[in-house]
Ligand binder design. Structure first.
Ligand SMILES: Cc1cc2nc3c(=O)[nH]c(=O)nc-3n(C[C@H](O)[C@H](O)[C@H](O)COP(=O)(O)OP(=O)(O)OC[C@H]3O[C@@H](n4cnc5c(N)ncnc54)[C@H](O)[C@@H]3O)c2cc1C
Ligand SMILES: NC(=O)c1ccc[n+]([C@@H]2O[C@H](COP(=O)([O-])OP(=O)(O)OC[C@H]3O[C@@H](n4cnc5c(N)ncnc54)[C@H](OP(=O)(O)O)[C@@H]3O)[C@@H](O)[C@H]2O)c1
Length: 253
């Protein structure tokens, strides 16, 4: 069991019903690297203070290290923990593991001309943390965020991401793709198909090949698997310390 730090929800932002960001004041979390995850936990009713009974799950931190940490979460209706997280209000108590874990970081990603940050749903969280630091801008010429969601209302963090387009007009691109409706300014379809038919490279103006790109994949495991196949057709493969490649991934379930 991890060592727990007591946190307090200081802000809850609801993007759309069941999709939310919580900001937690939690001093004492050991310094971590953007892209890593922390366990969040709550006590079941009637067992407050009994650490053995805590219900915990891993969550990518959506902000860099600090005394307040942000998490981007979706309610899984029949899930064990997320209904309890969704029910939290500002001022509510939550336990946060003291130490983060995971190697889904830019330190573990090879340098390249273009960094592709590909997410479905809440898989966007680790990229928000990375983009709030200087690291992506120092290590890559170009940065592309590709966010695939079901509906327009699920497109969280749009204002923040669009601000990078303004700040880095030639170096940053945001591609938002919807699968269950159409909307101006977004692509229509699942991410792997949009890579396969060349639409994503066309709208970004950047090429995604083994000799010029690193690709991070995060979120729905089925998207990760299909993207690995699609990128495999371009001779891109999983990056491992003993066998360098271009793809680094974080599987959410
Ligand atoms: C390294 C890591 C980082 C993660 N980071 C995040 C994050 O930043 N935000 C987040 O919302 N979740 C994240 N998850 C998923 C999270 O840990 C939980 O699995 C999720 O919140 C469901 O918990 P639950 O107890 O409500 O559901 P459970 O009772 O544990 O049911 C799990 C089932 O819910 C579904 N599911 C789980 N996560 C998701 C999801 N994000 N989107 C859609 N369906 C899902 C799957 O079908 C899964 O089998 C992460 C998982 C891992 C392994
Ligand atoms: N607004 C919300 O996001 C919201 C709110 C409340 C509750 N929930 C619940 O949260 C859970 C997760 O929903 P979610 O929408 O965040 O996550 P999701 O089901 O993983 O969907 C996110 C995106 O990934 C796409 N996707 C699914 N399988 C794929 C594959 N094999 N390859 C490529 N792309 C793929 C989806 O396309 P498709 O549409 O084609 O599947 C969708 O565009 C569900 O139980 C949902 O009911 C969601």
């Amino acid at each position: 069991m991890p060592k727990w730090c007591a946190g307090t929800v200081v802000e809850k932002q609801i993007w759309t019903e069941g999709l939310f960001t919580i900001r937690i004041a939690v001093p004492g979390v050991t310094e971590f690297t953007p892209g890593q995850f922390l366990q969040l936990a709550v006590y079941p009713e009637g067992h407050e203070g009994d650490e053995a009974k805590l219900i915990n799950r891993p969550y990518s931190v959506a902000s860099p290290h600090g005394e307040e940490l942000e998490f981007f979460i979706v309610l899984v209706e029949d899930g064990e923990l997320t209904p309890k997280l969704w029910a939290l209000k500002e001022g509510g108590s939550i336990q946060v593991a003291q130490r983060a874990a995971g190697s889904f970081t830019l330190k573990k990603t090879p340098d390249a001309e273009t960094l592709w940050l590909v997410a479905t749903g809440t898989g966007l969280a680790p990229y928000i943390a990375m983009l709030r630091t200087e690291e992506p801008w120092e290590s890559y010429n170009n940065v592309v965020v590709i966010h695939g969601v079901r509906h327009f209302a699920d497109l969280a963090y749009t204002d923040e991401l669009k601000a990078y387009e303004k700040k880095y007009p030639n170096r940053f691109r945001l591609v938002q793709a919807l699968t269950r409706e159409e909307a101006d300014g977004t692509l229509n379809g699942r991410i792997p198909g949009l890579f396969e038919n060349g639409e994503i490279e066309k709208v970004t103006g950047f090429s995604c090949q083994a000799d010029n790109s690193s690709v991070l994949l995060c979120g729905n495991p089925a998207m990760l698997d299909t993207m690995e196949e699609v990128l495999g057709m371009r001779d891109m493969k999983r990056h491992r310390s003993k066998s360098p490649g271009q793809i680094v991934l974080e599987r959410y379930w």
